[in-house]
Design a protein around this ligand. Sequence first.
Ligand code: NDP
Length: 229
Amino acid sequence: MPVWFITGTSRGIGLELARQLAATSGNTVIATCRNPAGAAALSQIAGVHVVALDITSEESVRAAFAKTEAILGADGGIDYLINNAGIGGGDTVEDTTPEELHRQLTTHVVGPLLVFRAFLPLVRKGSRKVVVNVTSGLASIGLDLGPKGASYSIAKAGMNMLTYKMSKQYSDLTIFLLDPGWVKTDMGGPDAWLDVDYAVRNHIKIYESATLETHSGKFLSNEGKEIPW
Ligand code: NDP
Protein backbone atom coordinates (compact mmCIF):
# COMPACT_ATOMS: atom_id res chain seq x y z
CA MET A 1 0.00 0.00 0.00
CA PRO A 2 2.42 2.75 -1.09
CA VAL A 3 1.89 6.27 0.19
CA TRP A 4 2.76 9.11 -2.19
CA PHE A 5 3.29 12.72 -1.09
CA ILE A 6 3.52 15.24 -3.93
CA THR A 7 4.04 19.01 -3.99
CA GLY A 8 2.58 21.34 -6.63
CA THR A 9 -0.42 19.29 -7.73
CA SER A 10 -2.84 22.07 -8.75
CA ARG A 11 -1.86 21.66 -12.42
CA GLY A 12 0.69 20.27 -14.85
CA ILE A 13 2.91 17.31 -14.02
CA GLY A 14 1.93 17.21 -10.33
CA LEU A 15 -1.79 17.10 -11.13
CA GLU A 16 -1.31 14.31 -13.69
CA LEU A 17 0.86 12.37 -11.25
CA ALA A 18 -1.88 12.57 -8.62
CA ARG A 19 -4.46 11.51 -11.23
CA GLN A 20 -2.53 8.47 -12.50
CA LEU A 21 -1.53 7.29 -9.03
CA ALA A 22 -5.07 7.65 -7.67
CA ALA A 23 -6.35 5.55 -10.60
CA THR A 24 -4.19 2.62 -9.47
CA SER A 25 -5.70 0.73 -6.57
CA GLY A 26 -3.53 0.39 -3.50
CA ASN A 27 -1.92 3.83 -3.72
CA THR A 28 -2.57 6.42 -1.04
CA VAL A 29 -2.06 9.86 -2.61
CA ILE A 30 -1.45 13.00 -0.58
CA ALA A 31 -1.63 15.77 -3.16
CA THR A 32 -0.51 19.16 -1.90
CA CYS A 33 -1.00 22.58 -3.43
CA ARG A 34 -0.86 26.23 -2.42
CA ASN A 35 -4.57 26.89 -2.73
CA PRO A 36 -6.84 23.82 -2.55
CA ALA A 37 -9.98 25.97 -2.93
CA GLY A 38 -8.75 27.12 -6.36
CA ALA A 39 -7.55 23.69 -7.52
CA ALA A 40 -10.69 22.62 -9.38
CA ALA A 41 -9.14 19.80 -11.43
CA LEU A 42 -7.45 18.31 -8.38
CA SER A 43 -10.63 18.33 -6.33
CA GLN A 44 -12.32 16.23 -9.02
CA ILE A 45 -9.91 13.29 -8.58
CA ALA A 46 -11.57 10.67 -6.43
CA GLY A 47 -9.72 9.22 -3.47
CA VAL A 48 -6.95 11.82 -3.20
CA HIS A 49 -6.14 13.55 0.09
CA VAL A 50 -5.70 17.24 -0.73
CA VAL A 51 -3.49 19.18 1.70
CA ALA A 52 -2.61 22.89 1.54
CA LEU A 53 1.14 23.48 1.18
CA ASP A 54 3.18 26.44 0.02
CA ILE A 55 6.67 24.97 0.00
CA THR A 56 8.30 28.37 0.60
CA SER A 57 6.50 28.98 3.91
CA GLU A 58 7.75 27.27 7.07
CA GLU A 59 4.38 27.83 8.69
CA SER A 60 2.60 26.17 5.77
CA VAL A 61 5.06 23.24 5.85
CA ARG A 62 4.40 22.74 9.58
CA ALA A 63 0.63 22.82 9.08
CA ALA A 64 0.85 20.38 6.15
CA PHE A 65 2.94 18.02 8.26
CA ALA A 66 0.33 18.01 11.05
CA LYS A 67 -2.45 17.34 8.54
CA THR A 68 -0.49 14.56 6.83
CA GLU A 69 0.26 12.87 10.16
CA ALA A 70 -3.44 12.99 10.98
CA ILE A 71 -4.28 11.37 7.61
CA LEU A 72 -1.68 8.61 7.94
CA GLY A 73 -2.18 7.80 11.62
CA ALA A 74 0.41 6.96 14.26
CA ASP A 75 2.30 4.27 12.32
CA GLY A 76 1.84 5.63 8.79
CA GLY A 77 4.79 6.74 6.70
CA ILE A 78 5.51 8.18 3.27
CA ASP A 79 6.96 5.81 0.66
CA TYR A 80 7.50 8.39 -2.10
CA LEU A 81 8.14 12.08 -1.44
CA ILE A 82 8.02 13.94 -4.77
CA ASN A 83 9.28 17.54 -4.64
CA ASN A 84 7.60 18.61 -7.88
CA ALA A 85 6.46 22.21 -7.28
CA GLY A 86 8.25 24.76 -9.42
CA ILE A 87 8.08 28.07 -11.28
CA GLY A 88 9.33 28.87 -14.77
CA GLY A 89 11.42 31.81 -15.92
CA GLY A 90 12.97 33.16 -19.11
CA ASP A 91 15.49 35.76 -17.97
CA THR A 92 19.19 36.02 -18.79
CA VAL A 93 22.08 37.23 -16.62
CA GLU A 94 21.74 40.56 -18.46
CA ASP A 95 18.10 41.30 -17.62
CA THR A 96 17.39 39.33 -14.42
CA THR A 97 16.74 41.05 -11.08
CA PRO A 98 17.79 40.23 -7.53
CA GLU A 99 14.10 39.63 -6.74
CA GLU A 100 13.73 37.06 -9.52
CA LEU A 101 16.90 35.21 -8.55
CA HIS A 102 15.73 35.19 -4.94
CA ARG A 103 12.26 33.89 -5.92
CA GLN A 104 13.78 31.08 -7.98
CA LEU A 105 16.22 30.03 -5.25
CA THR A 106 13.48 30.13 -2.61
CA THR A 107 11.20 27.92 -4.67
CA HIS A 108 13.71 25.42 -6.03
CA VAL A 109 16.24 25.13 -3.21
CA VAL A 110 14.83 26.45 0.08
CA GLY A 111 11.34 25.01 -0.43
CA PRO A 112 12.42 21.44 -1.26
CA LEU A 113 14.84 21.51 1.70
CA LEU A 114 12.10 22.68 4.09
CA VAL A 115 9.71 20.01 2.84
CA PHE A 116 12.32 17.26 2.97
CA ARG A 117 13.50 18.08 6.49
CA ALA A 118 9.98 18.43 7.85
CA PHE A 119 8.70 15.19 6.31
CA LEU A 120 11.85 13.14 6.92
CA PRO A 121 10.35 11.37 9.99
CA LEU A 122 7.48 10.16 7.83
CA VAL A 123 9.81 9.09 5.00
CA ARG A 124 11.79 7.08 7.54
CA LYS A 125 8.58 5.31 8.58
CA GLY A 126 7.79 4.41 4.94
CA SER A 127 8.99 1.13 3.49
CA ARG A 128 10.29 2.51 0.14
CA LYS A 129 12.08 5.63 1.44
CA VAL A 130 12.23 7.27 -2.00
CA VAL A 131 12.71 11.04 -2.31
CA VAL A 132 12.70 12.70 -5.74
CA ASN A 133 13.57 16.31 -6.49
CA VAL A 134 12.10 17.28 -9.86
CA THR A 135 14.79 19.32 -11.58
CA SER A 136 15.39 20.34 -15.21
CA GLY A 137 17.85 19.66 -18.00
CA LEU A 138 18.48 23.41 -17.82
CA ALA A 139 20.34 22.76 -14.55
CA SER A 140 22.98 20.81 -16.43
CA ILE A 141 26.21 22.56 -17.40
CA GLY A 142 27.20 19.47 -19.38
CA LEU A 143 24.19 19.77 -21.71
CA ASP A 144 25.29 23.32 -22.61
CA LEU A 145 21.77 24.73 -23.17
CA GLY A 146 22.69 28.39 -23.47
CA PRO A 147 21.90 31.70 -21.73
CA LYS A 148 18.08 31.62 -21.46
CA GLY A 149 16.29 30.87 -18.20
CA ALA A 150 19.28 31.99 -16.14
CA SER A 151 17.71 32.32 -12.68
CA TYR A 152 15.68 29.13 -13.15
CA SER A 153 18.78 27.21 -14.29
CA ILE A 154 20.90 28.56 -11.44
CA ALA A 155 18.21 27.61 -8.91
CA LYS A 156 17.71 24.12 -10.37
CA ALA A 157 21.51 23.63 -10.35
CA GLY A 158 21.25 24.55 -6.65
CA MET A 159 18.56 21.92 -6.26
CA ASN A 160 20.93 19.43 -7.89
CA MET A 161 23.66 20.16 -5.35
CA LEU A 162 21.09 20.03 -2.55
CA THR A 163 20.08 16.58 -3.77
CA TYR A 164 23.69 15.42 -3.91
CA LYS A 165 24.18 16.60 -0.32
CA MET A 166 20.92 14.96 0.80
CA SER A 167 21.89 11.65 -0.78
CA LYS A 168 25.29 11.74 0.96
CA GLN A 169 23.82 12.77 4.32
CA TYR A 170 21.02 10.19 4.29
CA SER A 171 22.60 7.15 2.71
CA ASP A 172 19.74 4.90 3.86
CA LEU A 173 17.24 6.80 1.67
CA THR A 174 16.88 6.59 -2.12
CA ILE A 175 17.25 10.26 -3.10
CA PHE A 176 17.61 11.32 -6.72
CA LEU A 177 16.87 13.98 -9.35
CA LEU A 178 14.47 13.62 -12.24
CA ASP A 179 14.39 15.89 -15.27
CA PRO A 180 10.78 15.31 -16.37
CA GLY A 181 11.55 16.12 -20.02
CA TRP A 182 10.00 18.95 -22.03
CA VAL A 183 6.33 18.46 -21.16
CA LYS A 184 3.20 20.23 -22.43
CA THR A 185 2.07 22.11 -19.30
CA ASP A 186 1.67 25.78 -18.42
CA MET A 187 5.42 25.83 -17.85
CA GLY A 188 6.48 23.69 -20.82
CA GLY A 189 4.10 25.41 -23.24
CA PRO A 190 2.24 23.98 -26.25
CA ASP A 191 5.36 23.26 -28.34
CA ALA A 192 6.83 20.86 -25.77
CA TRP A 193 7.75 17.38 -26.99
CA LEU A 194 5.89 15.24 -24.46
CA ASP A 195 2.22 14.96 -23.59
CA VAL A 196 1.80 15.12 -19.84
CA ASP A 197 0.05 11.73 -19.53
CA TYR A 198 2.83 9.97 -21.48
CA ALA A 199 5.59 11.75 -19.55
CA VAL A 200 4.08 11.01 -16.16
CA ARG A 201 3.62 7.30 -17.00
CA ASN A 202 7.40 7.18 -17.53
CA HIS A 203 8.07 9.11 -14.33
CA ILE A 204 6.01 6.64 -12.28
CA LYS A 205 7.93 3.69 -13.77
CA ILE A 206 11.19 5.36 -12.74
CA TYR A 207 9.92 6.11 -9.23
CA GLU A 208 8.55 2.61 -8.68
CA SER A 209 11.72 0.90 -9.94
CA ALA A 210 14.06 3.12 -7.89
CA THR A 211 16.51 1.40 -5.58
CA LEU A 212 19.23 2.72 -3.30
CA GLU A 213 21.96 1.07 -5.37
CA THR A 214 20.75 2.11 -8.83
CA HIS A 215 19.16 5.53 -8.30
CA SER A 216 20.49 7.29 -5.22
CA GLY A 217 22.50 10.43 -5.95
CA LYS A 218 21.72 10.26 -9.69
CA PHE A 219 20.51 12.97 -12.10
CA LEU A 220 18.11 11.11 -14.39
CA SER A 221 16.16 11.89 -17.56
CA ASN A 222 12.52 11.00 -18.10
CA GLU A 223 13.81 7.77 -19.67
CA GLY A 224 15.79 6.95 -16.55
CA LYS A 225 19.16 7.65 -18.21
CA GLU A 226 21.90 9.61 -16.47
CA ILE A 227 22.25 13.29 -17.42
CA PRO A 228 25.64 15.03 -17.20
CA TRP A 229 25.81 17.43 -14.24
P1 NDP B 1 3.36 24.07 -14.00
O1 NDP B 1 3.70 25.51 -14.10
O2 NDP B 1 2.35 23.50 -14.92
O3 NDP B 1 2.92 23.71 -12.49
C1 NDP B 1 3.74 24.11 -11.43
C2 NDP B 1 3.10 23.67 -10.14
O4 NDP B 1 3.95 24.05 -9.05
C3 NDP B 1 1.74 24.34 -9.89
O5 NDP B 1 0.89 23.39 -9.30
C4 NDP B 1 2.08 25.46 -8.92
O6 NDP B 1 1.02 25.83 -8.08
C5 NDP B 1 3.16 24.75 -8.11
N1 NDP B 1 3.93 25.67 -7.29
C6 NDP B 1 4.71 26.71 -7.68
N2 NDP B 1 5.23 27.32 -6.61
C7 NDP B 1 4.78 26.66 -5.51
C8 NDP B 1 4.95 26.81 -4.12
N3 NDP B 1 5.69 27.82 -3.61
N4 NDP B 1 4.34 25.94 -3.29
C9 NDP B 1 3.57 24.94 -3.77
N5 NDP B 1 3.34 24.76 -5.08
C10 NDP B 1 3.95 25.61 -5.94
O7 NDP B 1 4.75 23.29 -14.14
P2 NDP B 1 5.07 21.77 -14.55
O8 NDP B 1 4.00 20.88 -14.07
O9 NDP B 1 5.44 21.76 -15.97
O10 NDP B 1 6.41 21.55 -13.71
C11 NDP B 1 6.51 20.63 -12.64
C12 NDP B 1 7.98 20.50 -12.28
O11 NDP B 1 8.71 20.02 -13.43
C13 NDP B 1 8.64 21.83 -11.89
O12 NDP B 1 9.55 21.62 -10.84
C14 NDP B 1 9.38 22.23 -13.16
O13 NDP B 1 10.50 23.06 -12.89
C15 NDP B 1 9.80 20.87 -13.71
N6 NDP B 1 10.09 20.87 -15.14
C16 NDP B 1 9.07 21.02 -16.06
C17 NDP B 1 9.36 20.98 -17.41
C18 NDP B 1 8.31 21.08 -18.47
O14 NDP B 1 8.65 21.03 -19.68
N7 NDP B 1 7.04 21.22 -18.15
C19 NDP B 1 10.74 20.82 -17.90
C20 NDP B 1 11.72 20.66 -16.85
C21 NDP B 1 11.38 20.67 -15.53
P3 NDP B 1 0.06 27.12 -8.33
O15 NDP B 1 -1.06 26.63 -9.22
O16 NDP B 1 -0.36 27.49 -6.96
O17 NDP B 1 0.90 28.16 -9.00
